[in-house]
Design a protein around this ligand. Structure first.
Ligand SMILES: [Zn+2]
Length: 200
């Protein structure tokens, strides 16, 4: 029994600190710059994705150059479709951790992508943290590790976890697609000032 426990625990290896941590890791700055989602509840009408104060709500862009490459840059693809991840221990309860895992399993079960636990030797990985405000991710793979932030409870809904991991895989938002006007009507008057779009 002890052996079984030891081998289960050995499967979870903590990666080094990610190189790409996001820009919002000083909690005092976060509270000033974005809404605090810690009090969010399912009846809250505010979309948690819009509350982080980032590009289109939840995309962590370190510099404007990122916008030029995005998914067409093969360096941002995950080799063989394998995405190693690690859930920060101190930021989530057991129940929250299993909710995250079950959302990731849904991606694995529905696609050819393999999102799996970090293993020794993985150079690129996602560290799932919850100590910043909001739900956010980079687009595609960043070299040397990257953070996805999922603030409880708002960001731990299954759809939100999957949403952020689709960004990890390299997807932009559907409404940013070049052919979006063929499929959706945009109510520009409902968009906050300064948020109508960005220029490359
Ligand atoms: Zn998003």
């Amino acid at each position: 029994m002890a052996l079984v426990t030891a081998s289960l625990m050995a499967a979870e290896i903590e990666p080094p600190e990610p190189v790409h941590k996001g820009l919002y890791f000083d909690l005092d700055v976060i509270k000033q710059s974005g809404a605090d989602l810690s009090l969010w509840s399912p009846d809250n009408e505010e979309n948690p994705w819009e509350a982080s104060g980032l590009l289109e709500g939840d995309i962590m862009i370190a510099k404007v150059d990122d916008l030029r490459n995005v998914i067409r840059d093969e360096d941002k693809y995950w080799p063989n479709g394998v995405v190693p991840y690690y859930i920060a221990k101190d930021h989530f309860s057991q129940e929250e951790r299993s909710r995250i895992r079950s959302a990731l399993k849904e991606i694995n079960d529905s696609t050819c992508v393999v999102i799996r636990e970090f293993q020794k030797g993985d150079e690129d990985f996602v560290k799932i943290k919850g100590n910043a405000t909001g739900c956010w991710s980079y687009i595609g793979r960043k070299r040397g590790g990257q953070v996805v932030n999922l603030q409880a409870p708002a960001c731990l809904r299954k759809g939100t976890v999957i949403h952020e991991f689709l960004h990890v895989l390299g997807f932009h938002h559907q409404h940013s697609s070049h052919d979006r006007d063929s499929f959706i009507d945009i109510h520009w008057e409902n968009i906050r000032p300064g948020e109508k779009g960005y220029t490359l």
